[in-house]
Each structure stands twice: as C-alpha cells, then as structure tokens.
Design a protein around this ligand. Structure first.
Ligand code: NI
Length: 181
C-alpha cells in the first residue's frame, strides 16, 4: 500500500501568514478561555505553518487568530516544540542586549532590537497545565518577540520611523509584484 495518501491525510493544512503592514497585525489578542480541541487544532496548524516557513516562532496574531497562543521551536534539530497559551512575563532581566531579529510577517528584513537577556514566563501548555519557563538567549528573545505580536506589536516598530517606512514601502511593493506575477 502506498504511503502518500496517509501522509496527505494526516498533515495539517497550513495557515496564511499576515504580512506587515497588514493592519490586522496590530490587533490585541484575547486570552484563551479553555484549552480544548479547537485550540489544540490551531496549535497543530500553527506548528505546521511555522516549520514549513522555517521560522522559530509564530504567534496566533500572525495567522489572523486573535487569541493568546504562541508556538516556538528554537532548536537546531526542529524537534523541541514549545506552546505558550495566555503567557505572562513574571520577570525580565534588567540586563538587555541588542540582537538581530527577523519575522515571518516581515519577510527578508533583519534588524537589531534591544531585549532583556533572560525572562521568566508562566503560561498554559497544550494540555492546559500551567508551566513556568526560565529562558535566556535566543529563546528569551523569541518569547519577547512573540508576546509583542499578541499585543499587536511588530518588531519593526522598535526601529526609527525612517527605517520603518522604508521597510513598509519595500514590502508593499514586493507584495504588489507578487500579485502581478
Ligand atoms: Ni514575528
């Protein structure tokens, strides 16, 4: 029996990622009332979408779902999925560092953003269990970046208005050309 029909049936369908400057990226997400099958289905599709796009994190806001759900995998091996539902930063280190960031909603753009070096976050996991995560390095940066998305904030908003406008025009132009192609 060929394997491919099974693979097609079991792989979750991908979600469309909103691209900056889409105004829907500035929507503030609502808390998830209950972690049920609907949310688990969303998480599964978000992971599939993130891995397909070679990203290390994705917030529900980016797929036009305005609930406080984040998926992350900062591992090289792409096998350490982390789910954060209703995340809350309990503590952020006063020590900050400027690092290069990119975003699946801002394709091809990378720039420096100042973030706390480490954070402590509480969140529900995919089973609805409360967990505390101590993160540093790339994971800490990723969590802060994705939590910004849930507040309607995209990383380019940390850049100067001049830079931001340049990025906006570049992406609008690229989008127009893609539609024409
Ligand atoms: Ni992003």
């Amino acid at each position: 029996m060929p394997l491919w029909p099974i693979l097609i049936m079991t792989s979750p369908s991908l979600l469309d990622i909103l691209c900056y400057p889409d105004p829907r990226l500035h929507t503030v997400a609502q808390p998830v009332p209950v972690v049920d099958e609907r949310i688990r289905g969303l998480i599964e599709r978000m992971f599939a979408t993130m891995y397909d796009a070679h990203g290390i994190g994705l917030a529900a806001t980016q797929v036009d779902v305005h609930e406080r759900v984040i998926v992350i995998d900062v591992s090289e091996t792409r096998d350490q999925p982390l789910v954060l539902i209703n995340p809350k930063i309990e503590w952020a280190s006063p020590e900050t560092r400027r690092g290069e960031e990119g975003c699946l909603s801002v394709p091809g753009i990378y720039d420096g953003v100042e973030r706390s070096v480490s954070v402590r976050v509480t969140a529900l996991d995919g089973e609805g269990q409360s967990r505390t995560i101590e993160a540093e390095g790339m994971l800490a940066v990723c969590i802060q970046h994705e939590m910004d998305h849930l507040m309607g904030k995209v990383f380019v908003e940390y850049l100067s208005p001049l830079k931001r406008n340049r990025i906006k025009h570049k992406l609008v132009k690229a989008h127009r050309e893609a539609l024409r192609a």
